[in-house]
Design a protein around this ligand. Structure first.
Ligand code: SF4
Length: 511
């Protein structure tokens, strides 16, 4: 104030490098963007000094950004600080390909002008004013985009099925009920760039001829809800939601439905029931949601990340999009890399990248110099993969082949100190607590698996327990009604397959 400085402090979402937070980005007109890591209140003076004179507090500079070619608007090209590594040279960022997270941590998620300033809503404008709805669906199909919620169903095909389903009234829904332990990708996407999600839904709604959208989000994400509400208000004010969008005669709006945090409400039929105000319990399929979804109407359900992929596909084209990733697994995937790994953070890589590259090139291996032992993918529904299989490419089919799954994108790293039986017990305890109780195999089977695991971990298990545990796991997997029960035994089955010796070690020889 005394120096009459013109400095703006702008809130952004997360740039993804959680290990180095709090990070402050300093944007100096005519110079580079500088990221300062592990910032403390005492650093304010030095930060202002940097903004004024370009003096770099060398112990805190993480990197400068000069080569991120899509950045425009208020960010500035050119590296003024040659002695410091550039953004692209920091291993954590260098091995990533940011498509969905391209603006996370760089724009103010509470200001629609910043989103528009970097090309936001261009794709919606292009789609609504110059493309036929079927052409949009074809473009999404050609891109190869598969659902990022875990199942990997082709998104464009699901849109087509919903569009062709009989009935006038239909819904599109965004599944933002992210509940896997250790997973926070969707939360980051909504908190950092909420308009990207709204734009994706707007394009999808137009393509499917739907006038009402819903975002089903857990109440435990208050900041994401707040930013989405603000983004919805701003989009309505700018005529991007509501009546006659872009003067095309197309009407569309989105409302938010909050869930109370039951894990099972991420399952499509339970989610639909919860939106209707009923208890969130799964039902038998078919009929699928595309035939009979929310309020009995045909409904297209995609998760946050799937919707977020849509604007860039329309803006840059299916050909561009399908050039990223692997055959049958195009585009990128966002992961939350957590657990006993050195570089904890939000990671985006082309599908088909190996687990090894994510955990060692980006994650820098085990935390505190420890040896990595395994990684859990797919949350409680996934499995634990040992280091010897880290060449496995991260794609839907390859992960299934080693007994786990993509899930929504949680990657929990375990090191040499982790007991894998205890990990299996943790996940079964979680799934058992989240079971809705509707069907016996899941409700009772998981409880009994937990009892056996408790016995084994306490050193009181027997050889017979191991056989019984496997038998129960296979039964629950085969006979449960919904995905929660069908996949809950995966952590047990994979740890029994890959870490059998750790079970054996806990059984006393006489038992
Ligand atoms: Fe409920 Fe579990 Fe049955 Fe799914 S499998 S319906 S969560 S009891």
């Amino acid at each position: 104030q005394t120096k009459n400085l013109d400095i703006s402090l702008v809130k952004t979402g997360c740039i993804g490098f959680c290990k180095e937070e709090p990070i402050v980005s300093v944007s100096i007109p005519g110079k580079a963007l500088v990221l300062l890591r592990k910032v403390k209140p005492d650093d304010v003076e030095r930060i202002i000094s940097l903004a004024l004179h370009g003096d770099v507090p060398s112990d805190r500079v993480l990197c400068t950004i000069s080569d991120w070619d899509h950045i425009t608007g208020n960010l500035v090209y050119g590296n003024e600080f040659d002695t410091f590594p550039e953004y692209g040279e920091i291993p954590f960022f260098a091995h990533q390909k940011k498509v969905i997270l391209r603006d996370s941590g760089l724009i103010n998620p509470e200001d629609i002008d910043e989103y528009i300033g970097i090309g936001g809503y261009f794709a919606a404008y292009k789609a609504l004013t110059s493309m036929k709805p079927d052409a949009i669906i074809d473009e999404v199909k050609r891109s190869g985009l598969r659902g990022r919620g875990g199942a990997g169903f082709p998104a464009g095909l699901k849109w087509e099925i919903t569009k062709k389903a009989p009935g006038e009234e239909k819904f599109i829904v965004c599944n933002a009920d992210e509940g896997d332990p250790g997973a926070y990708m969707n939360r980051n996407e909504m908190e950092s760039d909420p308009h990207m999600l709204l734009e994706g839904m707007l394009i999808g709604a137009y393509a499917m001829g739907v006038s009402e959208g819903l975002i089903y989000i857990r109440a435990e994400y208050p900041l994401a809800i707040e930013r989405l509400m603000l983004a919805l208000d701003q989009a309505r004010t700018y005529g991007l939601l509501g009546k006659n969008i872009f003067n095309t005669g197309f009407d569309f709006d989105i409302r938010i439905a909050t869930g109370a945090g039951a894990f099972v409400c991420g399952e499509s039929t339970a989610l639909a029931a919860s939106i209707e105000g009923k208890t969130g319990r799964p039902r038998l399929r078919p009929p699928r949601l595309t035939e009979k979804g929310v309020f009995g109407k045909p409904t297209d359900l995609n998760n946050v990340e799937t919707w977020c992929n849509v604007p860039v596909i329309i803006a840059k084209g299916a050909l561009w999009y399908s050039s990223i990733g692997a055959k049958g697994n195009t585009g990128t995937k966002v992961f939350s890399l957590v657990g006993k790994v050195d570089n904890i953070g939000m990671v985006e890589v082309p599908l088909g990248t190996s687990l090894h590259s994510i955990i060692y090139d980006i994650g820098n291996g085990g935390a505190l110099g420890k040896e990595v032992k395994a990684v859990q993918t797919g949350g409680p529904s996934g499995g634990c993969i040992p280091v010897r299989l880290f060449d496995t490419p991260v794609d839907f089919e390859s992960l299934n082949q080693v007994g786990t799954m993509m899930g929504s994108g949680g990657l929990v790293v375990m090191d040499e100190d982790t007991n894998m039986v205890d990990i299996a017990r943790y996940f079964i305890n979680f799934a058992s607590g989240e079971s809705c109780g509707k069907c016996v195999p899941c409700r009772e089977g998981l409880k009994h698996m937990l009892l056996i695991l408790n016995r084994i971990v306490a050193g009181k298990g027997t050889r017979q327990d191991i056989g019984l545990l496997r038998e129960l796991a296979e039964t629950v997997q085969k006979t449960s009604l919904c995905g929660l029960g069908q996949t809950a035994p995966n952590p047990v089955l994979t740890t029994m397959q890959y870490f059998k010796e750790e079970y054996d070690d806990l059984i006393s020889p006489e038992a």
